[in-house]
Write a protein that binds this ligand. Sequence first.
Ligand SMILES: [Zn+2]
Length: 216
Amino acid sequence: MGEPHVLLLGAPGAGKGTQSKRLAEAFGIEHVTTGDALRSNKDMDIGHMDTEYDTPRAYMEAGELVPDAVVNEIVKTALRSADGYVLDGYPRNLDQAEYLSEITDLDAVVFLDVSNAELVDRLTGRRVCDDCGANYHVEFSPPENEGVCDGCGGELIQRDDDTEDTVRDRLEVYEENTAPVVDHYREKGVLVEVDGEGAPDEVFEGISDVVDDAAN
Ligand SMILES: [Zn+2]
């Protein structure tokens, strides 16, 4: 078998990004996110796809949502060029899950299980430096001085995305569109759940064990 193909699922705030990065480093595989894949394929020719614009860049510059079909194509390109990968943030809905099953085989599907209350705490506590972009959390990784960046002295702000109302909206969208994806893999009997509420190192160990098992 080649390098492992891993799908990491979980709600916003479950820690997918952090854990995917560590996994990619530990196993020497690519960390594939829709956002990164889009950015690195901005100029892909999609003229044949009967879309409004000829490139993903044109959608982004127009401030419009890139259509599902284009996102699918870009994910396919990213996965093809990766030997092994951890996929993070895709599929977001059942249609995408269906598409994914046509373009690749998964060795491990891991779900990071975190309660809603914990997700809300994590997401609403995020602060980011307005100057250098460093990330903090009021509870889990506070700066030395409240509201001030340790690195550059800049002001720490809460992104609009992280206010309580927006967070609840994001979690609702997840519940509606992406939770069925989790159920889909659970019904297929391939989903492995990892407790996502422990310390990051413990969570990482849990995920690594699943990937190790799948790779052997
Ligand atoms: Zn800063």
